[in-house]
Design a protein around this ligand. Structure first.
Ligand code: 3PG
Length: 393
C-alpha cells in the first residue's frame, strides 16, 4: 500500500476523503470531535509538505439531497480552530463551478473543506460520473476515511479509478494495528465481544474463534448462549431466532479448541430502568421476574484475569446497559483491565468506544478505532472497499 509519504506534494492538489461524520446537537454543535482530530496528522503533513489540501466527507444520511441540517460548514469552522496557523476555507458544493473556484483560490499549504458528498445521490450509488467530477478537483486521491471504508461509494472507492491513490495516516494506522492483531497477534490473544444481539456479531465471532486463545462474551447477547446451555434466562433479552446460531458457534469453538467464556453470574433487575431493584445472581438462578442487565462480580473477575494475562486484546461491544450506572460496572471493569494489561489493546466499534471515553481511558489504549460499522466488518475479516482501492495495482 502506498501512503502519503510516497508522494512529492509541493504544489499538488491532495483530494482527501476523510470521515467527518460527527455527532451534532440540535444547535448544530459538534458533540464529539474525535473523528476530526483523528484526521489532523494527515492534514498537517500534507499542508506542511506544500500540498493544497481538499477534504471531502459525508455527514449523516441526507439521502442524496441538499439539506442544510447536514452541512459540513460547522465542521470546517471547527477544523479552523484546531488547525491554528493553517488557512481553512469552505466550499458550498463538492463538485462543479463552486468547488472548482474554491480549489483555484488555494495556495500551497491551504486547506479546503467541500460540502457534504451525500448531497448527491450518485455518492452512495458509487456513480462513475460523480467520481469523475470529484477527480477533476485533485491530482492525487488520499483515502483516510477508515470509518467509511466499508462503503463502496463514489468518494471512498469509485474515485480511485481516476486518480493515483494513496492511504493517509489514519487509514494506515487503523488497518495496520487491527490487521496485525488479526494476522499475527502476540499471544495470549483475547477478544471480548458484547452488545445486545448475537445476530449483529455472528460473523465477528466466527472469524475470531479460530484466531484467539479465548473469546469472552458478555452483554445482552450472552443470554442467548446461556439459554442454549440450558439456563432459564427469565425476562432477559434472548433472541429466539438466534438460538440455532448460538448453538452452532459453541460447536465451532469446540472444533477449534478455542475457549469461549460466558458470564457465570449477572446483575439481575426487575425492570429495564436505571432505578430498578437489582441483585447479583448466578446465571442458573434468575427469578422468574428478573432480567440480566450486566455481568456479575464473578464474571468480572474471570474476564479480568483473562485480559490481564493477555498480550493482545480486542474489544467490541459493552457488557451491560452501561448508560445506566447500576449496570455499567462490567463494561468499565473491562476497560480498566485493558488499561492494566501489558498488551496491545484495541477498542473497535461505537458503544465500547463511548464506554472507554466515559471511563476516561481512551488515551491509555493502544488503539481506539474511529470506525463503527467499518471496524466491525474489518473484524469480520471482510475486505473493505475503501481499503481495497488503495492497494497497489
Ligand atoms: C459511520 O459513522 O459508521 C460512518 O461514517 C458511515 O456512515 P453510514 O453508516 O451513514 O454509511
Amino acid at each position: 500500500k502506498k501512503t502519503i509519504e510516497d508522494v512529492q506534494w509541493q504544489g499538488k492538489r491532495a483530494l482527501v476523503r476523510v470521515d467527518f461524520n460527527v455527532p451534532m446537537n440540535d444547535r448544530g454543535e459538534i458533540t464529539d470531535d474525535t473523528r476530526v482530530r483523528a484526521a489532523i496528522p494527515t492534514i498537517t503533513y500534507l499542508s506542511q509538505h506544500g500540498a493544497r489540501v481538499i477534504l471531502m466527507s459525508h455527514l449523516g444520511r441526507p439521502k442524496g439531497e441538499r439539506n442544510e441540517k447536514y452541512s459540513l460548514r460547522p465542521v470546517a469552522n471547527h477544523l479552523q480552530e484546531l488547525l491554528k496557523g493553517i488557512r481553512v476555507s469552505f466550499a458550498d458544493d463538492c463538485i462543479g463551478d463552486t468547488a472548482k473556484a474554491a480549489v483555484e483560490a488555494l495556495t500551497d499549504g491551504d486547506v479546503l473543506v467541500l460540502e457534504n458528498v451525500r448531497f448527491y445521490a450518485g455518492e452512495e450509488k458509487n456513480d462513475e460520473e460523480l467520481a469523475k467530477a470529484f477527480a477533476e478537483l485533485g491530482d492525487v486521491f488520499v483515502g483516510d476515511a477508515f470509518g467509511t471504508a466499508h462503503r463502496a461509494h463514489a468518494s471512498t472507492a469509485g474515485i480511485a479509478a481516476y486518480l493515483p491513490s494513496v492511504a493517509g495516516f489514519l487509514m494506515e494506522k487503523e488497518v495496520g494495528i487491527m490487521g496485525e492483531a488479526l494476522a499475527s497477534p502476540k499471544r495470549p490473544f483475547v477478544a471480548i465481544i458484547g452488545g445486545a444481539k448475537v445476530s449483529d456479531k455472528i460473523n465477528v465471532i466466527e472469524n475470531l474463534l479460530p484466531k484467539v486463545d479465548a473469546l469472552l462474551i458478555g452483554g445482552g447477547m450472552a443470554n442467548t448462549f446461556l439459554a442454549v446451555q440450558g439456563n432459564d434466562m427469565a425476562k432477559s433479552l434472548v433472541e429466539a431466532d438466534a438460538l440455532e446460531t448460538a448453538k452452532r458457534l459453541l460447536d465451532v469453538a469446540k472444533e477449534h479448541n478455542s475457549r469461549l467464556l460466558l458470564p457465570t453470574d449477572v446483575i439481575a433487575a426487575k425492570a429495564f430502568a436505571a432505578d430498578a431493584e437489582h441483585a447479583v445472581r448466578k446465571v442458573s438462578e434468575l427469578a422468574a421476574d428478573e432480567m440480566a442487565l450486566d455481568i456479575g462480580p464473578d464474571s468480572i473477575a474471570l474476564f479480568q484475569a483473562e485480559i490481564k494475562a493477555a498480550k493482545t486484546v480486542i474489544w467490541n461491544g459493552p457488557m451491560g446497559v452501561f448508560e445506566m450506572p447500576a449496570f455499567a460496572k462490567g463494561t468499565f471493569a473491562i476497560a480498566e483491565a485493558m488499561v492494566e494489561a501489558d498488551a496491545t489493546t484495541i477498542v473497535g466499534g461505537g458503544d465500547s468506544v463511548a464506554a472507554v471515553e466515559q471511563a476516561g481511558v481512551a488515551d491509555k489504549m493502544t488503539h481506539v478505532s474511529t470506525g463503527g460499522g467499518a471496524s466491525l466488518e474489518f473484524l469480520e475479516g471482510k475486505k473493505l472497499p475503501g481499503v481495497a482501492v488503495l492497494e497497489d495495482k
